[in-house]
Design a protein around this ligand. Structure first.
Ligand SMILES: Cc1cc2nc3c(=O)[nH]c(=O)nc-3n(C[C@H](O)[C@H](O)[C@H](O)COP(=O)(O)OP(=O)(O)OC[C@H]3O[C@@H](n4cnc5c(N)ncnc54)[C@H](O)[C@@H]3O)c2cc1C
Ligand code: SF4
Length: 329
């Protein structure tokens, strides 16, 4: 790790001004992504702007919308009573991620901005990584790619987006609030992330020095049921192979409302709109769920190591839909 300057920001103005003035500066929240990648030599900022003392924590409810401050920890958010009652699949996504120690450090803003776990991205001795070093190629496409994406990929990068939390949030139409020296912005989470396309190094729409201040999360309708189903190689402390975030309102056997996100399979937290279109207004039965899962995965593109994920993702989604509909436990 090379030498860097550490600055503890006293207020948001100072944090934004310090970071904006220096292209080599990065914000530091819980540090569970940022410091790991610095120690591995993947990220080399010359200045770290510590934002942990800024007043950006806490969860507040206004009507049917919850606002979570960017510096709220994953554990704090999961413990909020409204999250338990009205956003159970958000709570599940938080508690199925990382470990208690990490969740007590890791913040909501940092979680949304965590970097991919692609082994080639995280190993600077590997030369070919378009995300880490634009124009060098992609070692994963011809290499070992079990934990990689099959949706939203490009010929330049197949890296997975690793956040569990972002999956139900994208299904809920959450909105990210930011602040920069140019003022504030509200960015729908569905428009926040950039698929790799030609430029895998660009991962989101934030500008350098722009701070996430909070995330606004609409509550589920009364009577909605939800589930975050995470399939992984071991039962704890592991990233998803596939995941499905499902919320539905079913009445008289008919699906009145459906929100679906997929994790573990895409380069961005994946809003499953094809599946939602099939589900809404249809009978809540296995044939409907299978049709929805097949439609969503129809656009999957695999490499040798990820071919198994197509069926696994379909099964994960069908299982989640059956469970939410009360047809499986
Ligand atoms: C061993 C391990 C296992 C894990 N398992 C899981 C898992 O199963 N599921 C899962 O979802 N996650 C998992 N994680 C990832 C973890 O959730 C993230 O590392 C964490 O949420 C990042 O939050 P942080 O506060 O530590 O961010 P930091 O590491 O401090 O920052 C991350 C990035 O976000 C930027 N940033 C942080 N806050 C802001 C802000 N408010 N505005 C603008 N930029 C900001 C930083 O500059 C940095 O680029 C795991 C991590 C580890 C180390
Ligand atoms: S998948 Fe993306 S992050 Fe991984 S090696 Fe290829 S370009 Fe790099």
């Amino acid at each position: 790790m090379h030498a860097f300057e550490y600055v503890r920001a006293a207020d948001t103005e100072q944090a934004m001004a310090t970071a904006t003035a220096d292209p080599g500066a990065s914000f530091l929240a819980g540090g569970t992504t940022q410091l790991d990648l610095m120690k591995d030599g993947v990220l080399n900022p010359f200045r770290l702007v510590d934002i942990t003392r800024l007043p950006l924590g806490g969860v507040t409810r206004t009507g049917n919308v919850l606002r979570v401050g960017a510096l709220t920890t994953m554990e704090e958010f999961a413990a909020d009573p409204t999250v338990s009652q009205r956003l159970p699949f958000v709570r599940e996504s938080l508690l199925l991620g990382a470990s208690p120690q990490l969740r007590n450090m890791a913040t909501i803003g940092g979680n949304l901005l965590q970097r991919t776990r692609c082994r080639y991205f995280r190993d600077p001795t590997v030369a070919a990584c378009n995300k880490r070093q634009p124009g060098t190629g992609c070692a994963a496409i011809t290499g070992v790619a079990r934990m990689h994406a099959i949706l939203g990929t490009s010929e330049h990068c197949i890296a997975l987006h690793a956040s569990d939390l972002a999956v139900p949030l994208v299904a809920l139409d959450a909105v990210v609030h930011t602040l920069s020296l140019d003022g504030g912005r509200s960015i729908p989470l569905t428009e926040f992330y950039l698929p790799p396309g030609e430029v895998p190094s660009a991962e989101h729409v934030l500008r350098h020095g722009e701070l996430i201040t909070s995330v606004e999360v609409p509550l589920l309708a009364q009577g909605a049921r939800s589930l975050y189903l995470k399939v992984r190689d071991r039962a704890s402390y592991e990233f998803a192979l596939t995941a499905a975030a499902v919320a539905m309102v079913v009445a008289d056997g008919v699906i009145r409302e459906a929100r679906v996100g997929l994790g573990g399979v895409a380069t961005i937290p994946w809003r499953a709109r094809f599946a939602e279109d099939i589900l809404r207004g249809a009978a809540a039965r296995t044939e409907t769920f299978e049709a929805a899962a097949q439609a969503e995965l129809a656009g999957a593109r695999t490499v040798a190591g990820t071919a198994f994920k197509v069926e696994l993702a379909q099964r994960t989604l069908v299982r989640a839909l059956q469970t939410v509909a009360g047809m499986a436990s």
